[in-house]
Design a protein around this ligand. Structure first.
Ligand code: HEM
Length: 268
């Protein structure tokens, strides 16, 4: 079943009878399949609640304003080459230590491993490369930290990429990001299994975010719209636990990229 209306999407996401489609539980330890069986995102009931509490504890120790400043500083330092910045900033804030002999080497290794495991983590596609990336991540951090890095990676980079496509001179990063989340969600759909019927339900977040019952003139990209009830961070029982962190990381990158060029001081 495909859900495209906002109210229906919210109802499904709030109903405990709908669960994430189960992932296999018999992957060899340390592989991508094994990791997916350990994380909050693909678990249900009490297991989900317990794992989610651990993540909430880690997130509570991170200050979004600090993430934003760090993302700006790193983007400036890299002359605007922002790919990997959200992951590197998040990893460092989560205490993945940069103890390598070459400064930044651990950040680089984390970003490469997160990129290598990122798409398989969400899709379930198991490849030797994704397994190697998970093995690498496990040498650097525990499952809860890895979960945060993998959950945040593609969505945050996708959000920045889409926001840059829409950016106009003078745009304020917060407003630009809000409307980008609604109009161009980096996660375009999410799925649930109806435990009563066995049916898989796909929630089309793009369509729900453009539901004319909820958003006036929904096809128009309008940063002045303000933060409406888009569903891009999910809703109901298991929404994204880190919308403030995600927005801070993305806004920090945009602060650096959209800042007006500095005029050099005039010679006296
Ligand atoms: C623009 C960026 C992001 C978007 C759009 C986004 C969106 C979402 C959505 C829609 C879900 C729920 C999926 C579902 O219900 O099927 C989710 C879950 C989650 N997100 Fe995010 N996310 C973003 C960034 C982040 C970041 C940066 C982090 C970590 C700091 C994060 C951590 C998580 C975690 C841990 C879950 C699983 C929650 C659970 O299992 O209960 N997300 N995210």
């Amino acid at each position: 079943m495909l859900v495209t209306r906002h109210a229906e999407a919210r109802a499904v996401l709030a109903d405990p009878a709908y669960v994430p489609p189960p992932v296999r539980q018999d992957g060899a330890e340390g592989t991508l399949a094994w990791l997916r069986a350990q994380v909050s995102r693909f678990s249900t009931g009490e297991t989900h609640a317990g794992r989610r509490r651990v993540l909430a504890g880690l997130l509570a120790g991170l200050e979004p304003a600090g993430l934003r400043r760090a993302a700006t500083a790193m983007t400036v330092e890299r002359d605007g080459d922002w790919r990997g910045v959200p992951t590197a900033v998040l990893a460092s804030a989560l205490g993945v230590e940069d103890s390598a002999p070459v400064a930044g080497a651990v950040a680089g290794a984390v970003v490469a491993a997160v990129a290598g495991a990122g798409s398989g983590y969400l899709s379930g596609e198991e490849t030797p490369e994704a397994d190697a990336a998970v093995a690498r991540l496990l040498t650097l951090a525990g499952v809860p930290v890895i979960t945060l890095l993998l959950q945040g990676y593609a969505a945050t980079e996708g959000l920045i990429e889409a926001a840059l496509r829409h950016a106009e001179p003078g745009d304020e990063p917060g407003a630009l990001l809000c409307e980008t989340l609604r109009h161009d969600p980096p996660l375009r759909a999410t799925r649930r299994l109806d435990t009563r019927t066995g049916e898989t339900v796909t929630i089309d977040l793009v369509a729900a975010n453009r539901d004319p019952d909820v958003f006036a003139d929904p096809e128009r990209f309008d940063p002045a719209r303000g933060s409406g009830p888009h569903l891009t961070f999910g809703s109901g029982i298991r929404p994204c636990p880190a919308p403030g962190h995600a927005l801070a990381l993305a806004a920090g990158v945009l602060d650096a990229l959209l800042a007006p060029p500095r005029t050099p001081p005039r010679p006296r």
